[in-house]
Structure formats: structure tokens, C-alpha cells
Design a binder for this molecule. Sequence first.
Ligand code: HPA
Length: 274
Amino acid sequence: MSDMEMYRNAADFISSRINEWPQIAIVLGSGLGPLANEVQQPVEIDYADIPGFPETTVMGHAGKLIYGMLGGKRVLAMKGRFHYYEGHDISKVVFHIRVFKLLGISNLLVTNAAGGINTSFRPGDLMLITDHISFFAPSPLRGKNLDEFGPRFPDMCNAYDPELIEMAAEVGKKRGLSLRKGIYAFTQGPMFETPAEIRALRIMGADAVGMSTVPEVITARHCGIRVLGISCITNMAAGILRQKLDHTEVIDTAKKVEKDFTGLVKDILKQWKL
Ligand code: HPA
């Protein structure tokens, strides 16, 4: 079966389970899955049932697509994503993005848990991603280009839509949240970074670091999907506040900001012009 047929099979399966076309896809990061509980009239689809979908294996990541209404929009939310460190081929890590495209989706909200590199950040801060650094993993576009999706050498300027960033910043202000803006650096994981790596990433211009999102954003931009990215700074990166990092800190902080995050996302969806 060709790659294109695999994407189409998955898209056909999903569209057979939902009645209308989704308007915005949402990828929920570690510990941020509870947002999916807010989706009204939900239709849940297990990844295991979708042809070609990889399995998720991480604590804090479920493995369901949830379709329904949120913030007045028809959304397709991914509770649990695929990470490179799980051992998937990089093309599998972004499989869902191309399926979204075939479902007619041209707007994507990606979220993640991230370590804060910028020393003015604090755990619990929410950061609008303005750009990314991704030198440390293969490109998800590696291999034969699928011209149906986009060009061989796609532009990555304004990968994070400037209008959406400004809209989200306004929404944050109205909600009384002091949202950060910053650059997200992608690392392969699954180990947290060393303090020396964090110092190096800071010199390169990164404000936050994480093990997801960037391959998805590259794939989305390749096929012309607009992207808004939000990081939840769940911990300060290695060597800043303490010498030991632990995934439970990531989940605990994400839980603490759940209310702020959920309210923010709902209002962002309300203001999102399609
Ligand atoms: N590093 C990488 N990924 C992360 C971190 C971190 O400190 N926190 C949450 N995801």
C-alpha cells in the first residue's frame, strides 16, 4: 500500500465515524489531555481502531481522537500524541497531521509540556510559541516528497501564524493571564537534557525545550495548515532550579494549570477566524 493510500484509509475511517467536517485539530500534550473532557457531544475514536495509526506508550497520554464542539468550533482533539523517542519512524510521528489535511482541516492548535530555559519563566507559565529550533532529529519530510501535500523545500518562516499568536495574546490578556512568548527547541528525548545542553540551547536562542510538536508543525506547514502552538512550562530545564528532573513534576504542574489552560484554549477557539 502506498503512503498516500494509508493516509486516505485513516481519513476515510475517521470521516465514517463523524458527521461533519472538523474545523480545527488540537494536539494535547503531556498532562493536558483533560481539555478533551470539555468537548461537547463527543465522538471518541481509539487510535487502535484507526488503520495505520501508531500506538501511544507514554504515561499521561491516552490514545483517543475526540470529535465534537469546543469554544463554538467543531474540533478534532488528539488526546495523546506520537513521539520520536517511542521508537516510531519520524514519518509515523506525524501521520495524524496528513490525515487531518485529508479531512479538510487547515487549522491546528498544538500544545505541549516543556522545560523553561528562559530564566525569567516559572513552572506553570503558558508560552505562545513564536518559532522553533530543530537541529537534533531527522526531518519528518525526509524521503520522497509527496507533492499532493506540498513542495520539496517548504518555507518555515512564520511557521507559527503571527495573527493567531496576536489573537491568543489578546485573549490571554483579557483572561488576566501573563502569557509568555518564546522559541521552542526540540530534542529527541526520552532523556531530559543535561545542564550543559540547556546552556547551549539558551545561547542558541531557545526559551523552552521539549520532545514533541516540531515534527508535527513542520508537516503541517508543508501542507499549508495554519498553526498556533502553546507550551505549558511544567518545570525549569535541567540545571536551572535543581539538579534532578522527573516526569511526575511535568504531570503535576500540567494538572495545576489545567483550569487556566482550558479557559484560555476555549476562548482562543471562540476568537479563531477560520
Ligand atoms: N525537557 C524536555 N522535555 C520536557 C521538559 C524538559 O525539561 N519538560 C517537559 N517536557
